[in-house]
Design a binder for this molecule. Structure first.
Ligand code: ASP
Length: 348
């Protein structure tokens, strides 16, 4: 592993989030501050012997406000600068980082460079901040090349608290701990201690670089429907009859189970036969949907519900947006949901 220091340039994109926030002395609320101030708080940035350029969203946003338009903006920045930089580090709020990482993994097809999203639980100006380590290590990883001279990481990742993870496998699991993200169903791509240990077998490499192709059309006619004991027919029926709704992530129990209620199956069957794509994703943090395991899962399969296998809700939802955004037919979307496009599911 090596770093070609002379020819290495990283673009740091600041979208917003806690990492770049400062406390308003009057209200006490956290507000975004400028990138110039970020550099002031992290003088270590100047110690890297590779080039770091930066740009930021005007204006920086709390990641709760992220949407398809903001993803498009981010994709445009990466696309326009793709040839000029070795890699990209995106500073992002933690709340929806897993959704953005998943969306970017689909929107940036043919990616052969690192796009590393990171953020922090404490603002970077705070003494005990976790933001400095997250930022500095993300930059170091983005600038590292393998023995071939190519970037060692060539996919969309999340780096948080000593772990580099495949972006579309991550979930935010803790609102307070520094250790806030997990990739439950896929190994970490690197673990960071004294050394940065890359898990080369887990990193996705494209065999033939045929250039970056960006897809910026995301169709947001999608929804998440989470089952719970006592859920009423009216709730399910209302969601599934939303006009124009094309895809639903159905969050089920355990290995993909749902109550054995006639009305539920009727609602689901009616919706799938109308062309709605419904994907079964487990509410469990890890493990996968297996609809053949129990009668309660099998009945969903008979109602036309697709297995999401071990996909996260974040990846399933953004994958539906991406596929419908391509203008694919229902059959094409159904087929693509059952295959891995960019390593988002383990079964193929
Ligand atoms: N609300 C913030 C955001 O997601 C939280 C964070 O950055 O951690 O933008």
């Amino acid at each position: 592993m090596q770093s070609d220091k002379e020819n290495t340039s990283i673009l740091l994109v600041y979208t917003g989030g806690t990492i770049g926030m400062i406390e308003n002395p009057v209200t006490g609320a956290l507000e975004n501050f400028s990138f110039a101030q970020l550099k002031k708080h992290v003088p270590e940035l100047q110690k890297f012997n590779f080039n770091i350029d930066s740009c930021q969203f005007d204006k920086p946003m709390d990641s709760s406000d992220m949407d398809a338009k903001a993803w498009r903006k981010l994709v445009d920045i990466i696309y326009k600068n793709y040839d000029r930089y070795t890699g990209f580090v995106v500073l992002h709020g933690t709340d929806t980082m897993a959704f953005t990482a998943s969306a970017l993994s689909f929107m940036l097809q043919g990616l052969c460079k690192p796009v590393i999203l990171t953020g922090s639980q404490l603002p970077i100006g705070v003494i005990r901040t976790d933001g400095k380590e997250n930022l500095l290590t993300s930059l170091e990883i983005a600038a590292t090349r393998g023995t071939s001279g190519q970037p060692i990481v060539q996919e969309v990742c999340v780096y948080f608290e000593n772990k580099l993870m495949r972006g579309n496998r991550t979930t935010k699991l803790n609102a307070e701990d520094f250790n806030a993200f997990r990739s439950y169903n896929y190994p970490d791509l690197a673990n960071v201690g004294i050394h940065i240990r890359y898990n080369l077998n887990a990193i996705h490499y494209i065999h033939k670089d045929s250039g970056l192709k960006v897809h910026t059309d995301m169709n947001t006619d999608v929804a998440i429907l989470k089952l719970f004991p006592g859920i009423q027919e009216m709730v399910v029926r209302s969601v599934l009859s939303i006009k124009g709704l094309k895809g639903v992530v159905l969050e089920t129990y355990g290995s993909g189970n749902a109550p054995r209620k006639g009305w539920l199956l009727d609602c689901l069957s009616e919706a799938t036969s109308r062309g709605m794509v419904i994907v079964n994703v487990t509410q469990c943090k890890s493990g996968m949907v297996d609809m053949d395991r129990y009668e309660t899962g099998y009945q969903l399969k008979s109602a036309g519900v697709l297995s999401g296998y071990d996909i996260t809700t974040e990846a399933a939802l953004t994958k539906l947006m991406f596929l419908f955004g391509q203008g694919l037919s229902v059959d094409e979307v159904r087929n693509a949901m059952m295959h891995s496009l960019v390593g988002e599911i383990s079964m193929d």
